[in-house]
Design a protein around this ligand. Structure first.
Ligand SMILES: Cc1cc2nc3c(=O)[nH]c(=O)nc-3n(C[C@H](O)[C@H](O)[C@H](O)COP(=O)(O)OP(=O)(O)OC[C@H]3O[C@@H](n4cnc5c(N)ncnc54)[C@H](O)[C@@H]3O)c2cc1C
Length: 544
């Protein structure tokens, strides 16, 4: 995948997708595979904003049974399956457990019925998936089993627990990247660090979108028939297409924390929070928000807290008090966690669209992701996406293609996937020790890394052996996956910094190595390292 700005500004596109989060990437993939000449631009790096900050659960939609919203469940199930197909190496079934207290609507019998219905509605959830990714049926377990998984839980009125399976996207950033890479494989053009800044309709009836290449600081024009604004929380700022067209959207800051402490072993555990929460649409209301404790990368991700926010998405700030508040809430929910501020190694935060009428303590997010076409004549053929769930992005992408097909059938025949240019063949005896590590991170793309490994002149193949990062990986990432900064590698291509702060030694070795390829001087290398370290700024680390 090459960053070809010249081609971006000389070709004419059917669809220009603005925003390389999960919605933009899935839309680009679906339009490219349907035969539309597609371009996707992202003003920073792919999956650098909200989509990198989710709790990483690809939902099957069990919770939507509370709303009896079968349609939404089906959207989740089919969208999740598509993601699992596309990036099987990045996902795994996630056993989830929720303790059951009391009787009636919240008791064992009703939950058993709900799990049965969930399994029936998701009857095709494993269709065409490899056996290792099959999602088992849900069931009820005894109080004893529940206490084995969640020790020292409050036992008064505890009858057992429900167990169901969702899916964990271990590296959400690479799932988005997979969509971008596959859209390019199907003929799309993609570029990161390209920001859409202006829009005009030309005499040729095409949109002329002004873009800024943030690496060269040069302006260019992209010509396109349709525009999809998938700018996430920049929805209203993007191209100013919303000037007078819609009511000002309200946003909620959603926050997860990542704890170094492994709180529960193998299950994601759902526990009720302390604060009041009324899900206005639910037929079965719990009265409290559920918090999930998700085992991930040897840590525990815990979320999600919400508060109304008027912060600009360009300078989202998570303050120490917000993290402390979350730590206090977690200790109140599950006192045996005994979590301290210093246990928090990272946090995930992003802005999500809120419903108009929410009270401070009872934030209601928009229920489903949607898209709409702008009605004003100067913005016809501009679609905007309002996304609330990572999981259902492929469903929105599919709906957008259906919409486009009614207005403008694709002129290209369905784009055939280009043959991958690199067939490094099999791993030899020396390389086979690396096979498992590389395939876990890159799936089939690991074979391309082998080619870089074989061209390696140096006997020392590692950038950092403790971090399991090869020089060949970095060469591959720069050459084939559009890496431009140290942060791109640390956060979005390898995930090395997404659960905890990386060691300084890794940052120095990596920035030195990248600097040689990308021509960075010492000052630039220091800037790159500072940019990475800034991400951890309100947190406390013990210096090695
Ligand atoms: C804490 C938290 C937990 C969550 N947990 C889950 C979960 O477990 N499961 C789930 O399904 N969902 C979850 N979500 C929701 C999900 O993450 C979001 O709904 C989804 O990621 C939004 O994706 P997006 O593509 O719309 O936005 P984004 O990911 O924000 O992408 C928009 C992109 O557009 C780019 N952009 C903006 N303006 C321009 C411009 N002018 N030119 C070029 N590019 C531009 C931005 O840089 C950005 O990268 C969670 C969200 C949060 C914050």
């Amino acid at each position: 995948m090459t960053r070809d700005i010249k081609k971006l500004s000389s070709d004419i596109f059917d669809v220009l997708v603005i925003g390389g989060g999960v919605h933009g990437a899935t839309i680009a993939y679906h339009t490219a595979t349907s035969g539309y000449r597609t371009a996707i631009i992202e003003k920073n790096d792919f999956c650098g904003a909200t989509s990198a900050n989710s709790l990483k659960i690809l939902h099957g939609g069990l919770r939507y049974l509370q709303h009896l919203n079968i349609k939404r469940m089906r959207h989740s199930i089919t969208a999740r399956r598509e993601m699992m197909h596309l990036a099987p190496y990045l996902v795994e079934p996630l056993p989830c457990m929720m303790p059951l207290y009391g009787k009636g609507l919240r008791g064992k019998k009703v939950m058993q019925g709900a799990l049965f219905l969930n399994d029936c509605i998701s009857w095709d959830r494993n269709h065409d998936l490899p056996a290792g990714l099959h999602i088992p049926k849900g069931h009820i377990v005894s109080k004893k089993k529940c206490l084995e998984v969640i020790p020292d839980l409050e036992t008064e009125n505890l009858h057992g627990a429900s167990v169901w399976y969702d899916v964990l996207a271990v590296n959400t950033e690479r799932v988005v990247l997979e969509y971008v890479l596959q859209s390019v494989n199907h003929g799309a053009l993609a570029a990161n660090y390209v920001e859409a800044t202006g829009i005009e309709k030309g005499a040729d009836e095409l949109y002329h979108v002004t873009v800024l290449d943030k690496l060269s600081q040069q302006k260019h024009l992209i010509k396109t028939r349709f525009i999809v604004n998938a700018a996430g929380p920049w929805l209203e700022d993007c191209l100013h297409v919303h000037q007078e067209s819609v009511k000002k959207q309200k946003w909620a800051l959603a926050l997860n924390v990542v704890s170094r402490k492994k709180i529960f072993a193998d299950f994601a555990v759902a526990l009720e929070g302390q604060r009041k929460y009324e899900d206005k649409d639910a037929l079965i209301r719990r009265g409290k928000r559920l918090y999930f404790f998700v085992p991930w990368r040897g840590h525990t991700m815990i979320g999600t807290n919400y508060e109304e926010s008027s912060m600009s998405p360009d300078c989202l700030q998570v303050k120490r008090e917000m993290i402390q508040d979350m730590v206090d809430e977690i200790n109140a929910i599950y006192p045996p966690a005994q979590l301290k501020y210093e246990d928090i190694s990272f946090f995930h935060a992003g802005l999500l669209p809120m419903r108009g009428k929410s009270e401070e303590s009872n934030i209601q997010l928009e229920k489903s992701s949607t898209f709409f076409e702008h009605k004003e004549s100067n913005f016809s053929r501009v679609l905007s996406v309002k996304g609330v769930k990572y999981t259902t992005a492929p469903h929105i992408a599919h709906e957008i293609v259906c919409f486009l097909k009614k207005q403008y059938p694709p002129l290209l025949s369905k784009q055939r996937q280009k043959e991958s240019s690199s067939h490094a063949g099999q791993y030899n005896a020396n390389e086979s020790a690396l096979q498992g590590m590389l395939e876990k991170k890159y799936g089939q793309r690991a074979l391309q890394i082998l080619q870089f490994l074989r061209a390696e002149q140096d006997d020392d193949i590692w950038i950092d052996k403790d971090a399991q990062l090869l020089k060949a990986e970095v060469n591959y990432l720069i050459s084939e996956e559009m890496v431009c900064t140290l942060s791109d590698i640390i956060f979005r291509r390898t995930g090395l910094g997404t659960a905890d702060r990386p060691e300084r030694k890794l940052l120095v070795n990596l920035s030195d190595f990248m600097g040689k390829i990308l021509g960075w001087d010492e000052a630039r290398k220091e800037e790159e390292r500072e940019e990475v370290l800034h991400r951890y700024s309100p947190l406390v680390y013990k210096e090695a």
